[in-house]
Design a protein. Structure first.
Length: 272
């Protein structure tokens, strides 16, 4: 749990404790499916879109999370990738992506994660990225962020990076999601950087918070793809916005960086 000197209320502490319960329950559902031969459904085919995989693990994990939220906080709204939106009355919204990185999941790569976010009056307050296979849980909250790995808890801090020439930049896939103009600008940014790495899905944002990556640019992300990552990146001292510098809370074209200076330089290139 967060340290007592973090800028949180007792309500936030209770909600973070509950988010841990949600992640524990989701992990129990998901792990038996990982690195097993399982059926994969293409959601994109029915909508005339590119391959968009979903599995029974995605759907069952989200059902489990939703059931627990409805039982504990029936007045809270819920938004999830697999089972739609549920209205609420409390002013709080839980935003769920049961397996972010399903492509990684179905190919046996441990770069996926369960994303759980809590918004209060449309403001991201709590974010959790759980990677149960590696027993890593990244948590962002008012006043900080931390990694819980087994019994060890480590505060998260992004690293200083003044310019792109010093930066490691990343995106989940360098051509599948960008349009032609976005891809050209991303490639120009990547050529300016010291190094580029691809394929991280949500885990890449955790690596920004840990100080191992410097910049991630993505387009487009849904709200459930990014909601939990905002408190983690910001709590570790980073910056996460859309490409124009506005709020990332609804998704869209997302730019995250560990240092505000390199974020500003990347934003100039992406919007050229």
């Amino acid at each position: 749990m967060p340290s007592r000197d973090s800028a949180m209320t007792s309500d936030h502490r209770e909600l973070i404790s509950f988010a841990h319960e949600l992640a524990d329950a989701a992990g129990e559902v998901i792990l038996p499916y990982f690195r097993r031969r399982i059926d994969v459904i293409d959601k994109g085919a029915a909508k005339g879109r590119s391959f968009d995989p979903v599995t029974e693990a995605d759907r069952r994990a989200e059902e489990t999370i939703r059931k627990l939220i409805r039982a504990r906080y029936p007045g809270d709204a819920i938004i999830g990738e697999e089972h739609g939106d549920e209205a609420g009355t409390s002013g709080r919204t839980w935003i769920i992506d049961p397996i972010d990185g399903t492509r990684a999941f179905i190919t046996g790569q441990p770069l996926w994660g369960t994303l759980i976010a809590l918004y209060e009056d449309d403001t991201p307050v709590i974010g959790m990225l759980d990677q149960p296979y590696m027993r890593e849980r990244f948590v962002g909250f008012p006043g900080g962020a931390q990694l819980i790995a087994g019994d060890r808890m480590t505060p998260l801090k992004t690293r200083a990076c003044a310019t792109l020439s010093e930066a490691v930049v990343s995106t989940t896939h360098p051509w599948s999601y960008f349009d032609a103009a976005e891809r050209a600008n991303f490639e120009r940014m990547a050529r300016t950087a010291r190094m580029s790495r691809f394929g991280g899905d949500c885990y890449g944002y955790a690596l920004i918070a840990c100080g191992f990556l410097d910049v991630i640019a993505e387009s487009p992300l849904a709200v459930w793809d990014v909601a939990a990552l905002i408190p983690i990146v910001q709590g570790a001292g980073g910056v996460i916005t859309n490409w124009e510098g506005g709020s990332a809370r609804l998704g869209g074209r997302i730019l995250a960086a560990g240092d505000a200076r390199v974020h500003a330089e990347a934003m100039r290139i992406l919007n050229a």
